[in-house]
Design a binder for this molecule. Structure first.
Ligand code: HEC
Length: 158
């Protein structure tokens, strides 16, 4: 293979390897359903990492979860509660990945349980808003149109 062709081929391979590295780099703007399915996959891998004591798996998947929650398409609802749930989720994901780095299995397990509670809590909020707005069966893009001032769900600050 001529030298310049080989050079191009090699830099292509390096590019592929580096872009496969993280969720954020591999896909420019994943849609909300994609993000949500990826969350589930990372949670599955987290429980596997915990029971098999694979700290690297724990660290990587917690970190990917945090990156997902940073993406703009994650921000479906514009309610203060949704922002709070998102921020809490990010904090816990950070703590979980740090526990993986520290090789601290107990801290990681606790953070995982907390993270799971946060998944459920945020979903409760989203379902509540959907129901209150009569959007129970509608596709998610309509959620983003909801005016936060019109949302009065249980647990909201007065
Ligand atoms: C800050 C809020 C928030 C948190 C935290 C959150 N989610 Fe979600 N999730 C959403 C929203 C919004 C949707 C879209 C819901 C809708 O369309 O009604 C969703 C949808 C989903 C879906 C459904 C996707 C589909 O195919 O319809 C799954 C599965 C899911 N989330 C898993 C998780 C898991 C697992 C966690 C925790 C690791 C989590 N979520 C944490 C907000 C959140």
């Amino acid at each position: 293979m001529p030298r310049h062709v080989r050079g191009i081929w090699l830099s292509g391979a390096v590019l592929l390897i580096t872009t496969a590295g993280t969720v954020a780099e591999a896909r420019q703007a994943p849609t909300l359903p994609e993000i949500m399915r990826q969350k589930l996959e990372h949670s599955r891998q987290l429980i596997e990492g915990l029971v098999l004591e694979r700290f690297e798996t724990i660290e990587r998947n917690a970190n990917d979860l945090r990156i997902l929650s940073d993406l703009s398409s994650w921000n479906v609802l514009r309610t203060p509660e949704y922002q709070r749930y998102s921020a809490g989720f990010r904090d816990t994901a950070n703590r979980l990945s740090q526990a993986g780095l520290d090789r601290n299995l107990d801290a990681a397990t606790l953070a995982y349980v907390e993270l799971t509670l946060q998944c459920v809590e945020c979903h409760k909020h989203v379902r509540g808003v959907r129901q209150a707005q009569g959007l129970a069966d509608r596709p998610w893009p309509e959620l983003a149109q909801i005016d936060p001032d019109r949302v009065k769900s249980r647990g909201a600050a007065p």
